[in-house]
Design a protein around this ligand. Structure first.
Ligand code: G4P
Length: 531
């Protein structure tokens, strides 16, 4: 195997999803600890009491204690090169989660052992299923009083409609949580440790070893033997193909806080997941091992660092190797370009890189040329990766600057935030330039807009919520005014920033009503997806 091939083969790129507070951030941090990227857990957290961890950037995330934007981290573990994509824990950002999952080859779902499947777990899981990728489950917080592990697996199966296969099994819970039983090796991994700032010490011992009775209290050992009998008697088989298609979820138990079970999870997870998977394009599948470079943009983020006022396009490399001096072809722009200041993220640090391989995520400086879903390939090639669909907004508001003198900054800010895909913006025909109609998938995005306009563009806004819930693009005729249409009183004609016309509806009934009475009208649920 060439060095180039082995670089790609050792890569693993995955996303982590969870209901807020299930322990996603803590688990990510512990991965970094085991990978040697940080010497001590907790060190990467900000000031005391700050809920901001390694991968949180924006002030609003800290204030609300949620992760709004997905971030990317790379670290090494046991010969693997791992890219972790963090996803927002809130359903209002499920579109961002979807885009992030486009860049991942598998997902890890973190579940709180005391709470089981929670509201956001369900929502985010649905987004995962749309992507048809392997989903691994980590049942966290076993160091606390936890629900019965059988019951938790049953709940995942019933609530989420995915089969489960426990790869390991917890030994006790709460203060008695001692470690995990590895089913394939019939071996116990027993942990001791203090607090979890450092790695936990692990001892491996076979289930048949007589010395086990010195290690575990007889009650726990008896319980474990009964559980193992039940598990082995259960019909479900481990089927790698079903795992690959997200039909069967391998389940692991542990505590991200004490580190018990973190390393067994990481080891098996890395074995069970694949190197970078091929991606579909309009010229067929593009394999990660192909020599030529290709990538697509899945996320754009402006002003990550306020001091620099920069804009970064994040791309997933799908094939080949990225070299900092090589030219690439930007398909949507129709131009050869050099990607400037290519960087990778290690915790909060950004590092300029010289090379990266298929599976890696790189961020490049974006002078305003990229849109979400754009393809980059080797000069001479002209294929396009499958587009990333946009979610239809469900909430709308009319927004204008409080100070009309700030019209320019306001429009610039709103347009840039729309280009990042965080919101969609429209205008009312014949209305002044100082107001826009904003459409979002979740209402928290309005707060993000308000916050970002204030902090990054110095613009206070006035927001008036509108009663619309549905949006349809008018595919034809191209030119039309409200007067030429028979509309219900609560339907509104708006324009996107490319001159496309759309109708906003308050309910599904109105869509039918309008379609019935305007036979010449062709409506579409999805637009170009570009702002
Ligand atoms: P999230 O990213 O999924 O939102 O969750 P996060 O890791 O921030 O964890 C949420 C809270 O749960 C944190 O406590 C964290 O310490 C705790 N936690 C995470 N994993 C475990 C675990 O395995 N066991 C236990 N007992 N707790 C865990 P916090 O008090 O909100 O924050 P902090 O003061 O510890 O930072």
């Amino acid at each position: 195997m060439s060095q180039y091939e082995s670089e790609i083969r050792r890569r693993r790129t995955f996303a982590i999803i969870s209901h807020p507070d299930a322990g996603k951030t803590t688990l990510t941090e512990k991965f970094l600890l085991y990978g040697g990227a940080i010497a001590q857990a907790g060190a990467v957290k900000g000031k005391k009491n700050s809920r901001a961890a390694v991968s949180d950037w924006m002030e609003i995330e800290k204030q609300r204690g949620i992760s709004v934007t997905s971030s990317v981290l790379q670290f090494q573990y046991d010969g693997y090169c791992i890219n972790i994509l963090d996803t927002p824990g809130h359903q209002d950002f499920s579109e961002d989660t979807y885009r992030t999952l486009m860049a991942a080859d598998s997902a890890v779902m973190v579940i709180d052992a005391a709470k089981g499947v929670e509201a956001q777990t369900r929502k985010l899981f649905k987004v995962c299923v749309m992507r048809d990728i392997p989903i691994f489950t980590f049942i966290n917080k076993m160091d606390r009083e936890a629900r019965d592990p059988f019951e938790l697996c049953e709940e995942i199966e019933k609530e989420l409609g995915i089969e489960t296969y426990p790869i390991n099994w917890p030994i006790g819970c709460g203060k008695e949580f001692q470690g995990v039983y590895e089913r394939s090796k019939q071996e116990i991994v027993h942990f001791t440790g203090h607090g979890g700032a450092k790695r936990a010490a692990a001892t491996q011992i076979s289930l048949d070893d007589p010395a086990l009775s010195d290690l575990l209290p007889s009650k726990l050992l008896g319980q474990l033997r009964d559980d193992v009998e039940l598990l082995d008697g259960a019909a479900s088989e481990f089927d790698t193909e079903r795992v690959r298609h997200g039909k069967l979820s391998p389940v692991f138990f542990g505590s991200a806080l004490t580190n018990f079970g973190v390393e067994p999870f990481l080891e098996r997870f890395l074995e069970l997941t694949t190197p970078p998977l091929p991606r579909n394009s309009d010229e067929g599948l593009v394999d990660s091992m192909e020599d030529d470079f290709s990538a697509f943009v899945f996320k754009i983020q402006a002003n990550m660092n306020k001091a620099h006022r920069d804009r970064i396009a994040f791309m997933r490399i799908c094939s080949g190797r990225f070299d900092k001096d090589k030219e690439v072809y930007h398909l949507q722009g129709g131009k050869k370009i050099r990607l400037s200041q290519p960087q990778q993220l290690m915790a909060a640090e950004r590092e300029i890189i010289d090379e990266a391989y298929a599976g890696d995520i790189i961020g490049v400086f974006d002078p305003g040329i990229f849109s979400i879903g754009d393809t980059l390939c080797a000069p001479g090639k002209k294929f396009r990766f499958d587009p990333i669909p946009t979610f239809a907004p469900e909430h709308f508001a009319r927004v204008r600057p409080v100070d009309t003198m700030k019209r320019k900054q306001f429009l610039k800010g709103a347009e840039q935030i729309a280009q990042e895909g965080a919101i969609q913006i429209f205008r009312l025909p014949y209305s002044g330039m100082e107001e826009v109609v904003v459409g979002v998938v979740g209402t928290l995005q309005f707060d993000v807009l308000e916050y970002r306009l204030r902090s990054e563009y110095n613009v206070e806004i006035h927001r008036e919520n509108l009663p619309y819930q549905y949006l349809r693009w008018i595919e034809s005729p191209a030119e039309i005014t409200e007067d030429e249409l028979t509309l219900t009183g609560d339907t509104k004609l708006v324009e996107d920033y490319h001159g496309g016309k759309l109708l906003l509806f308050s309910n599904a009934w109105s869509i039918n009503w309008v379609s019935e009475r305007n036979k010449h009208l062709v409506l579409a649920e999805f637009g170009s997806g570009k702002q």
